[in-house]
Design a protein around this ligand. Sequence first.
Ligand SMILES: Nc1ncnc2c1ncn2[C@@H]1O[C@H](COP(=O)(O)OP(=O)(O)OP(=O)(O)O)[C@@H](O)[C@H]1O
Length: 238
Amino acid sequence: MTSLLSVQSLSVSYGPIEAVRGIDFDIKEGEIVAFLGANGAGKSSTLNALVGLVPVTSGKVSFKGQDITDWPPESLAPAGMTLSPEGRRVFGALSVAENLRMGAFSIKDKAAIEAAWDRVYSLFPILHERRDQFAGTLSGGQQQMLAVGRALMSSPKLLLLDEPSLGLAPKIIGQVFDLISLLRDQGVTLAVVEQNVSMALEVADRGYVLASGEIVASGAASKLARSDALKSAYLGAA
Ligand SMILES: Nc1ncnc2c1ncn2[C@@H]1O[C@H](COP(=O)(O)OP(=O)(O)OP(=O)(O)O)[C@@H](O)[C@H]1O
């Protein structure tokens, strides 16, 4: 399998804080890759740097064989990579349909936008039912569907999901992981940051464990699930 995304020596700093310290990883076409680690390990900073939401301090990011390091966020969706951010960040005062429309900002063709809406509504019929409702009035689970739906509007090749199950009821969490598998079956490659380690490793092919901005373990999900490095990363001992 060829690498869809290849990252070399990626570092991200916020002033004096080194959030990500020279990490290397790759994501192959068709994979689900989990990024795990305790709070503050650098997972969100990593995903945000991939889509240009925070600056890359040093290192190189290649997507589909092209150097995309330092590309601005608005050029990543048309290139085929989108992020569903932590905390959903839906626009509460806009309707469901308008939120989705924003995910298709780079699509000019009206028929293509309609097709994208149809695709998302067929994945999430509840969003179709509530398409004219303010997004702020949706439940947490529905807002999460909307955030994922918005990221899917540009038909990404690679979808980055930051904490998709955060704050959701246990019953809904299962649906989120079912969705991740379904999207992969539909040809989307996924990188998933998750605190729900066991469910993430059940659905993922591979994983990377971060601690203090470094990768401390990586490998097949089944192997990682049993690894001591994973346990130490959460106990803060890695
Ligand atoms: N905008 C910011 N300004 C300053 N420091 C930041 C900023 N964002 C993150 N950090 C710091 O960078 C480090 C890594 O944070 P990051 O959010 O990437 O970790 P994380 O693994 O995603 O954790 P969490 O699950 O809590 O989001 C932490 O020390 C955090 O406090």
